[in-house]
Design a protein around this ligand. Structure first.
Ligand SMILES: [Zn+2]
Length: 345
């Protein structure tokens, strides 16, 4: 990273925060992308956003203490949030998992920490991290597809994230891959999320078990397949459980159709598949998605696009948020400057 030092003590050190529906990960990150310290806490059990943001500020202080740096030497803070974000205003418009609507995350955290803060969507920042620090290094663009309880995505191109005219781009989980298909949490039918997420996989296995099919996943998940976490799904899938394989492979097909269509539109230099499903199910799953995707890619050259497993795992969120904070600190003239600064154009 080439930004000039902003303080004598800890030049360009930033804090990256990954706010999830169940936990908050915080990391102090050096200018070269090394994680100097971490903090982890639950995001549950708070009443109102003020309390949660106060606890997040506490987590940032703890992480700075652990790294042995004074908070006022931190150049900027970045935070990824699971929802739609008005980045210019630093406001989270809607975050269903947190039950948030129009929450001024940027200005509130700036007040609490005395530092410039930049806010973005959690999967956007994860895609940025995979591009700059993970599988996409040195490449011109990266499409990140994150498959977990839902499906999200991000498009990182030279110069930054592609956000779209209304900061609503890369909602790839809601690309329709089967018209009239199963109902999606968004209310529509046949979205990639409704056919490819872990929720959709376990729901379909549960449905077939209820209809009389047997599956090792029942025992692995402690009796109810719908509660199966990534580890249990992995054991059943890798271990060759017939029903799990059938359902997962079918869901991989729909993700493959989605990825193939996205490559036709975007022609990225690499596609990174991340999130709990892709990371737990490993090569067999990723290769299946890639194989199907290639059938749908029209251009012969683009068909050779690498479609690989993301490598940063749980760190993608904090590292991506830290990268945004670095961009912010480069764009900010004074360390305690405005909370609202546009990132790369
Ligand atoms: Zn949807």
């Amino acid at each position: 990273m080439s930004q000039p030092p902003t303080t004598a003590e800890a030049p360009g050190t930033v804090i990256g925060i990954d706010l999830g529906g169940t936990k908050v990960l915080t990391a102090v990150v050096a200018p070269d992308g090394r994680i100097l310290s971490r903090d982890k806490m639950s995001s549950r059990g708070t009443s109102g956003y003020e309390e949660l943001l106060a606890r997040i500020a506490g987590s940032a202080r703890t992480a700075a203490d652990t790294a042995g740096i004074a908070l006022d030497t931190v150049a900027a803070v970045g935070i990824g949030v699971p929802g739609t974000v008005d980045q210019d205003a630093g406001v989270v418009r809607i975050a269903p998992n947190l039950d948030w609507r129009d929450v001024p995350v940027g200005s509130t955290l700036t007040e609490l920490l005395g530092l410039p803060v930049i806010v973005d969507n959690d999967v956007n920042v994860a895609a940025l991290a995979e591009h700059r620090l993970g599988v996409g290094q040195q490449l011109s663009s990266l499409l990140g597809v994150f498959i977990g309880t839902g499906i999200g995505g991000g498009l990182s191109v030279d110069g930054g994230l592609y956000r779209g005219a209304h900061q609503a781009a890369a909602e790839i989980g809601h690309m329709v891959v089967k018209a009239g298909g199963p109902r999606c949490p968004c209310g529509r039918r046949g979205c990639m999320e409704a056919l490819g997420s872990r929720t959709s996989i376990t729901r379909e296995i549960a449905r077939r078990v209820a209809a009389g099919k047997s599956s090792k996943l029942v025992k692995l998940a402690g009796g109810d397949v719908r509660n199966a976490k990534g580890g249990a799904l992995r054991k059943a899938y890798i271990g060759g459980d017939k029903l799990t394989r059938q359902v997962v492979d079918k869901s991989a097909r729909y993700v493959g159709i989605g990825v193939g269509s996205l490559v036709n539109v975007l022609d990225p230099a690499i596609v990174a598949l991340g999130g709990g499903v892709a990371e737990n199910l490993g090569d067999r799953y990723v290769q299946r998605v890639a194989k199907i995707a290639r059938r749908y890619i029209v251009d012969e050259t683009a068909r050779a696009v690498p479609i690989v497993t993301a490598t940063l795992g749980d760190d993608a969120g904090v590292l991506g948020a830290a990268l945004l904070a670095q961009q912010l600190s480069r764009a900010t003239t004074a360390p305690a400057g405005p909370a609202v600064v546009e990132t790369a154009a």
